[in-house]
Design a protein. Structure first.
Length: 281
């Protein structure tokens, strides 16, 4: 850990990710810890930070656009019957402490704070594992506990009236290249066929790299995927797809996503094999 709050994630001694715990960002970007850059084992970057098209996209992390009306995603808020609107409703995720920290991972405690009060307490677990000499896995679990004493709910632009925009939860802003990446699951190809649908795994394939995302719990696998390739390259797991998620006082929402980070352009069989290895009990 460095003095400016940055930890380096390593696989087999090689740096593959930089985790920033206390980013210096404007409030409208909903400041939060993030992983960037994340790289393949050969060193190819597969994340972007504050890109021009969406300045609030911060590498890999957890971001939610609506926690009881507060924006922990960044940027504008989608308001029903009004559209994307600039509101002074941004929250921030504040690093409290590492409960465990090793070269290949950590367990972190965070506070989700908005309007001067803490809404959620998060326990985040991140682990990096070597799969082959060309692929490794990033295992990220987040547990969000309502600490307010009052009922909370988690929403998305979709639950607020914007069809197809159920983003919020785990999110990976991928590397933008001259051509859009390909996206596929075990049974479908293309953004239109895979977006807003659940799948055991989903692959995003760029020019010389492939990311394969997999829900690692039954509940996570039930969440549909949020996918963008043409507008920008990004993949997330949708917490609030069809309806808001209630979080009663003291209750906890848990999700776990494992991402294979591979050099080269994997086909279906290759993606499926690495997922099996990464998510094996």
């Amino acid at each position: 850990m460095t003095s400016n709050g940055t930890a380096v994630l390593r696989v087999a001694g090689r740096p593959v990710g930089r985790y920033v715990t206390r980013p210096e960002l404007p409030a409208r970007l909903s400041p939060r810890p993030y992983l960037h850059p994340v790289t393949t084992l050969s060193g190819t970057a597969v994340t972007e930070l504050t890109p021009a098209d969406h300045a609030h996209h911060l590498g890999v992390g957890v971001a939610v656009p609506d926690v009881e009306g507060f924006n922990f995603w960044g940027g504008r808020t989608y308001v029903r019957d009004q559209g994307p609107t600039e509101l002074d409703n941004h929250g921030s995720q504040r690093h409290v402490a590492f409960q465990l920290r090793d070269p290949d991972g950590f367990v972190e405690e965070l506070r989700w704070v908005a309007a001067g009060g803490e809404l959620l307490r998060e326990r985040r677990t991140v682990a990096a594992t070597e799969l082959t000499d060309r692929a490794w896995a990033l295992d990220l679990t987040f547990s969000l506990t309502n600490v307010t004493g009052s009922p909370l709910s988690i929403g998305s632009p979709a639950t607020n009236g914007r069809p197809g925009a159920a983003y919020g939860g785990f999110f990976w802003r991928a590397r933008k290249e001259s051509s859009a990446p390909e996206v596929f699951t075990a049974g479908a190809d293309g953004e239109e066929k895979v977006h807003a649908r659940p799948a055991d795994w989903l692959a995003l394939r760029g020019g010389s790299w492939t990311l394969v995302f997999a829900g690692a719990t039954d509940q996570t696998r039930r969440d549909p995927w949020f996918v963008r390739t043409e507008e920008y390259p990004g993949v997330g797991s949708s917490l609030a797809h069809d309806e808001r998620i209630p979080v009663p006082p003291g209750e906890t929402v848990v999700r776990r996503v494992v991402t294979v980070v591979a050099d080269g352009r994997l086909d279906r069989d290759g993606a499926a094999a690495l997922v099996r290895k990464a998510v094996s009990p």
